[in-house]
Design a protein around this ligand. Structure first.
Ligand code: NAD
Length: 486
């Protein structure tokens, strides 16, 4: 028996597919949504078939000419109204997110604010799609450049930021004049539906935003990518799935933006302000319960400050209240599902076997729900398996270093390159290290880098392209060069 979503959130939450402006049942049955804190169902939502997906592509394709012709100011106004509605409804949306994802209410509220901000930012960017005009070096003609909407876009998003990963794509797509089919993760469809409903209420015409949930992500996304009407894939998720989608998209040479996995190093030098470093480490590790692509995954700490950092950081984590996300005072909710928890547990067990020392935590508490204790592991050997994989949980492995060059080499010794963090009081060192780190983003004396106004994205196997900022708008455009003589 599913829970009463209205009682949890105070709003009516759609549980059907959004296709062509209508909420409709799916042709592939239903999909249960599980509360990670209780392991009980919270809802059943429609599951889309391949035919439903192609209907959504048709709806997006039919809506494209009208939306592209809609004045940028009007497109921006729709996004601006969507921002207002999200803010008005933030409490309900945050509670809904906790019910399906498990995160602490405080994290969910922060995500709703962040998610809504993408609508406000791209409401402003909709009217700033600038091109350029220059005289050719030969002087013979002019070079005119404009950025046209790429067209129907398929958006595939993960469960860890169920609202923000959707708005970070929908905002720029709509601002650029594209229409979209959003396919959220099956663990967290409700937040995506709620965002879809908000856009409908904000005046976005039917067919411009379609939302599909499904148990069959692979065939459904492949069918959409094989359809020549689809011109863009914007994916956020694991590197493994991203890699396979790039192969699929290659068949139709579909334009791809990829926001993939991370393995963020967090460097603390001997001259760091340790109070600030502990605050930053806490944010970088524990924001979203560690289930973030930007989560600090490996702490490289100078030997001179490692004892103090390890003890104080462990004390901070040990003081967290672990419990259901909606419970008063909860700091850390459960992980999203059993697979995620067992992966975290096996990485910790393996790190301990290879010489890591548990300073706090180190196991799953005896209770229902997919909980894992906040954990600090010290003196982890630099070649331990846990340092090579995305932990995606509340676990902080510490590796000690004495030589800065060696620490940078270790930080770069991964196929990922999303974000890196470093703490030092020496500005010269900070900037030199920031330049040397192989990452799309670097936090200097900052534990959080995410900002809708900043270009977010990775190098190496962490992705292709950027989201947020003006760059995010350009991802949904094609550059057209017009050679003109007058
Ligand atoms: P995932 O790759 O398992 O799933 C992501 C999405 O892809 C989901 O919607 C899923 O249903 C879909 N999917 C899965 N298999 C598919 C297939 N064969 N074909 C088409 N679609 C498929 O990732 P996840 O477990 O939901 O999310 C966690 C991952 O996302 C982590 O690796 C994390 O680092 C990454 N992530 C990256 C960013 C970023 O901006 N770089 C942000 C958030 C999360």
């Amino acid at each position: 028996m599913a829970a009463d979503l209205r009682a949890i959130t105070g709003i009516d939450v759609p549980t059907a597919l959004l296709i062509g402006g209508q909420w409709t049942g799916g042709r592939a049955g239903v999909l249960p949504v599980i509360d990670p804190a209780t392991e009980d169902p919270v809802a059943e939502v429609a599951s889309a078939s391949v035919e439903d997906a192609l209907d959504a592509v048709t709806a997006a394709h039919d809506a494209l000419p009208g939306w592209t012709r809609t004045p940028p100011r009007e497109r921006g106004e729709c996004l601006r109204r969507a921002w207002e509605l999200m803010i008005q409804r933030s409490d309900a949306l945050a509670r809904l997110m906790v019910a399906e994802n498990g995160k602490a209410l405080r994290d969910a509220k922060a995500e709703i604010t962040y998610a809504a901000e993408f609508f406000r930012w791209y409401a402003e960017e909709a009217v700033r799609n600038e091109g350029s005009l220059v005289t050719a070096p030969s002087g013979a003609n002019r070079i005119m450049v404009q950025h046209q909407p790429v067209g129907v876009s398929v958006l595939v998003t993960p469960w860890n930021f169920p609202a923000a990963m959707a708005t970070r794509k929908i905002g720029p797509a709509l601002a650029a004049g594209c229409t979209v089919v959003l396919k959220p993760a099956k663990e967290t469809p409700l937040s995506a539906f709620a965002v879809g409903e908000i856009l409908r209420e904000a005046g976005v015409p039917g067919g411009v935003v379609n939302v599909l949930t499904t148990v069959k992500a692979g065939p459904l996304v492949a069918a959409m990518l094989a359809d020549p009407r689809v011109r863009k894939l914007s994916f956020t998720g694991s590197t493994e799935v991203g890699r396979s989608l790039l192969q699929t998209a290659a068949q139709t040479v579909t334009n791809c933006s990829m926001e993939l996995g991370g393995n963020a190093p967090f460097l603390i030098f001997d001259d760091a302000d340790l109070d600030a470093a502990i605050d930053g480490a806490f944010l970088a590790k524990m924001r979203n319960g560690g289930e973030a692509c930007t989560a600090a995954n490996r702490f490289y700490v100078h030997d001179a400050v490692a004892d103090e950092f390890s003890a104080r950081f462990a004390e901070r984590l040990a003081g967290l209240k672990v419990g259901p996300g909606l419970e008063e005072g909860t700091d850390l909710g459960p992980l999203v599902n059993e697979d995620t928890r067992s992966k975290v547990a096996s990485l910790v067990d393996d790190a301990v076997k290879t010489g890591g020392r548990v300073v706090t935590g180190g196991q799953a508490p005896e209770r229902r729900g997919y909980f894992y204790e906040p954990t600090v592991l010290d003196q982890v050997p630099a070649d331990a398996g846990i340092l090579g994989e995305e932990i995606f949980g509340p676990v902080a492995p510490i590796v000690r270093f004495t030589d800065a060059g060696e620490a940078i080499a270790l930080a770069n010794g991964t196929s990922y390159g999303l974000v890196s963090y470093l703490y030092t009081r020496d500005l010269r060192r900070a900037l030199q290290v920031a330049e040397a780190l192989e990452a799309g983003m670097v936090g200097i004396n900052r534990g959080v880098v995410s900002d809708p106004a900043a270009p977010f994205g990775g190098v190496k196997q962490s992705g292709l392209g950027r989201e947020g900022a003006h760059d995010g708008l350009l991802e949904f455009t094609e550059t057209k060069y017009i050679a003109v003589d007058w």
